[in-house]
Design a protein around this ligand. Structure first.
Ligand SMILES: NC(=O)C1=CN([C@@H]2O[C@H](COP(=O)(O)OP(=O)(O)OC[C@H]3O[C@@H](n4cnc5c(N)ncnc54)[C@H](O)[C@@H]3O)[C@@H](O)[C@H]2O)C=CC1
Ligand SMILES: CC(=O)C(=O)O
Length: 309
C-alpha cells in the first residue's frame, strides 16, 4: 500500500480577534492546511487562542498550530488579514477607513518583506478599499490580492431567499455584488433555482435585500461582532485556493473595464484557484444594476482618493 505524498500547506492569520479566531477554528475543524500560524499585536491573546486550539488536537490531529510573528509568513501559502478596528453599533464600515488604512501600511510591508509567492486574503473593513490599498502597497499581481468581498453578503442573501422559498440555500443561485457595505446591490435579474427564475413579489424582494444589507448592523448591535459566517466564508475561499478548485466566489477583486468600472476593488463572481483570482465572470446586468454598480464604484473611488497611498 502506498501512502499519499504529504503536502505541506501553511495559512497565517494576522489579527486574532473575533474574526481571526473564528476563522482559525473553522480552518482547523475542516483540516484545510497542515500548518496554521496566528499573529497579533496582542501577543498574549494570540498565544491564548493557540493554546486553546492546540488542546483540541487530540480530538482532531493533523495540523500544527502556533503563535508567531511575521517571519512565519515567509512560507505561508495564504495570509489572511483580519487585524484592525471593527464597527461599534451604528458605525459604517467606511467609518473605519482612516484607522485601518494606517495599520495596513506596516502589516502589508511586514508580510511582503518575507513572502513573495503567497496569496493575501483581506477581511478587515472597509474590505474593498483595504484590498485595493494592499494590492497597491504589496506590488503583487491583483490575482494574488483578494478581498472577502460580497461572498458573505451573497450567503446572507441566499439564506434569506432559501428561507422564504423553503429551499436549501445551497440550491439558490443569487449574487450580491459591489461594495461589501451600504452601496452593494442585488442581482435579481439572474437569480434562479436550477435555472428557474425566482418568483418573488417586489415587497418581498425589497425586504430580503434590506435584511441582507443591514445584517451586520443587526448582529453587531446584538452581540458586538460578526464572526461565524465570515469565518465560514474565509474558509470557503481558502478551500478554493488550496484545493485549486476553480470555484466561482463573489470575492473582491480589481476591476478593469468591467461593466464600465475600472481601477477599483469590488465584489463580483470570480473564478478562484491555486493562483488566486484566475478570471472574473462577465455577469450580465440590466441597466438599473449596471447603474448601481457604477454608483458603488464611484463611492469607493471617492474614498480611495482621500487616502494617502
Ligand atoms: N469582510 C467581512 O465580511 C467582515 C469583516 N470584518 C472586519 O474584520 C475586522 C476585525 O473584526 P473583529 O475580529 O471583530 O475585531 P476584533 O477587535 O475582535 O479583533 C481585531 C484584532 O486585530 C488586532 N490588531 C489590531 N491592530 C493590529 C496590528 N497592527 N497588527 C496585528 N494585529 C492587530 C487586535 O489586537 C485584535 O485582536 C474589522 O475591520 C471588521 O469590520 C468583520 C466581519 C466580517
Ligand atoms: C462586519 C461585517 O462586515 C459583516 O458582518 O458583514
Amino acid at each position: 500500500m502506498s501512502l499519499k505524498p504529504y503536502k505541506r500547506s501553511r495559512v497565517a492569520i494576522v489579527g486574532m480577534g473575533a474574526v481571526g479566531t473564528t476563522t482559525g477554528y473553522t480552518l482547523l475543524l475542516r483540516q484545510r492546511m497542515s500548518e496554521l500560524v496566528f499573529i497579533d499585536v496582542n501577543v498574549k491573546k494570540a498565544k491564548g487562542e493557540m493554546l486553546d486550539m492546540n488542546h483540541g488536537l487530540p480530538f482532531l490531529g493533523g495540523v500544527k498550530v502556533w503563535a508567531g510573528d511575521y517571519e512565519d509568513c515567509r512560507d505561508a501559502d495564504i495570509i489572511i488579514v483580519t487585524a484592525g478596528a471593527s464597527q461599534k453599533p451604528g458605525e459604517t464600515r467606511i467609518d473605519l477607513l482612516k484607522r485601518n488604512a494606517e495599520i495596513f501600511e506596516s502589516i502589508i510591508d511586514n508580510i511582503v518583506k518575507v513572502n513573495t509567492h503567497g496569496i493575501l486574503l483581506i477581511a478587515t473593513n472597509p474590505v474593498d478599499i483595504l484590498s485595493y490599498i494592499s494590492w497597491k502597497r504589496s506590488g503583487w499581481p491583483s490575482s494574488r490580492v483578494i478581498g472577502s468581498g460580497t461572498l458573505l453578503d451573497s450567503a446572507r442573501f441566499r439564506y434569506l431567499i432559501g428561507k422564504q422559498k423553503g429551499i436549501d440555500p445551497r440550491s439558490i443561485h443569487a449574487h450580491i455584488i459591489g461594495e461589501h457595505g451600504d452601496s452593494e446591490l442585488p442581482v435579481w435579474s439572474t437569480a434562479n433555482v436550477a435555472g428557474t427564475p425566482l418568483e418573488l413579489n417586489e415587497d418581498t424582494k425589497n425586504e430580503i435585500f434590506e435584511n441582507t444589507k443591514n445584517a451586520a448592523y443587526e448582529i453587531i448591535d446584538a452581540k458586538g461582532a460578526t464572526s461565524y459566517a465570515i469565518g465560514l466564508a474565509l474558509d470557503r475561499i481558502v478551500a478554493a485556493i488550496l484545493g485549486d478548485e476553480g470555484s466561482v466566489l463573489n470575492v473582491s477583486t480589481l476591476l478593469e473595464d468591467y461593466n464600465g468600472v475600472s481601477d477599483v476593488y469590488l465584489g463580483v463572481p470570480s473564478i478562484v484557484d491555486h493562483n488566486g483570482v484566475r478570471e472574473i465572470l462577465d455577469l450580465p446586468l440590466n441597466d438599473e444594476e449596471r447603474a448601481r454598480l457604477l454608483q458603488s464604484a464611484d463611492k469607493l473611488k471617492d474614498q480611495i482618493s482621500k487616502v494617502h497611498l
